[in-house]
Design a protein around this ligand. Structure first.
Ligand code: SAH
Length: 250
């Protein structure tokens, strides 16, 4: 049903340095009129191999990271860096997370679940990259963004991918999205002082929230909250650096 461009896609980046891929050229649709080509599938395969070497073990996550073309979510001038393990600017002062962080959080989200997750909520759509990755792992993804400009950008980025299970919402994600609750998982790409109560309320029993949270002292850490019938189990993991979770829309 979904129509995807053939692999390997050739990415034309006018301002790019010489291509680092030495894969044989193949006939495919150029994305821009001129420039140096990059064999995006080969570079992505290397990125996935790096993620696996660094400890990402879930085959579902590795497959999703291999399928979603990250270079489609960043400006053309940055596309050459799309498969490096680096965060990149996406406009309005925000950034697309590093691939290793996207993979790590996705892995934490699906941990302990067989097959696909059910309906999940993402806070902070940004450019839409992580939403697309999550779309490979869950039956439905609701992704909220508070900045209109990025919500629109994500919509443009995701349109050609035709992912029928990824739904973009414009609004304040600190309120969650009650209409889709209960969620089989909630993941945040922006970090606040605490996890909003709305997220906990909208989480299904047995499901988890994966979010960056600022701990006393100011350090931001990845936190996993698991909701059971009786309690909310909190696990604090490694230090991370996410953009701030802000209230309201803009
Ligand atoms: N997952 C994104 C990362 C974007 S950065 C990607 O793949 O590109 C985090 C995003 O969270 C920013 O776009 C920021 O505007 C957004 N954000 C911050 N607070 C928010 C809130 N309360 N509701 C929704 N989005 C929020």
């Amino acid at each position: 049903m979904t129509k995807r461009p053939g692999f390997p896609a050739r990415l034309q980046t006018p301002a790019a340095p010489p291509a680092r891929s030495n894969a044989a050229p193949v006939a495919s649709r150029p994305l821009a009129p001129s420039g140096v080509g990059m064999d995006s599938e080969a570079v992505r395969v290397r990125m996935v191999a790096r993620l696996a070497a660094e400890g990402i073990a879930d085959p579902r996550v590795l497959a999703a990271m291999g399928r979603i073309e990250r270079h489609r979510f960043v400006d053309t001038a940055l596309a050459i860096q799309a498969y490096e393990d680096t965060s990149l600017p996406i406009g309005l002062g925000q950034t697309i997370s590093k691939p290793s962080v996207v993979a790590r959080m996705a892995e934490l989200l699906v941990q302990g679940v067989q097959g696909r997750l059910g309906r999940i909520l993402e806070i902070g759509t940004g450019c839409g990259y992580q939403a697309a990755v999550l779309g490979e792992l869950a039956t439905e993804v609701y992704s909220i963004e508070r900045l209109r400009g990025l919500h629109d950008k994500a919509r443009d980025n995701l349109r050609p991918l035709r992912l029928p299970n990824v739904h973009l919402l414009f609004g304040d994600g600190m309120q969650g999205y009650a209409k889709g609750a209960p969620y089989a998982g909630i993941i945040a790409a922006a970090g606040g002082e605490a996890v909003p109560q709305a997220w906990v309320d909208q989480l299904a029993i047995g499901a988890r929230i994966v979010a960056p949270v600022a701990l006393p002292g100011g350090r931001q850490s990845l936190v996993v909250l698991e909701k059971t019938a009786r309690e909310l189990r909190r696990t604090v993991l490694e230090t991370v650096q996410f953009v701030p979770l802000k209230s309201g829309i803009a």
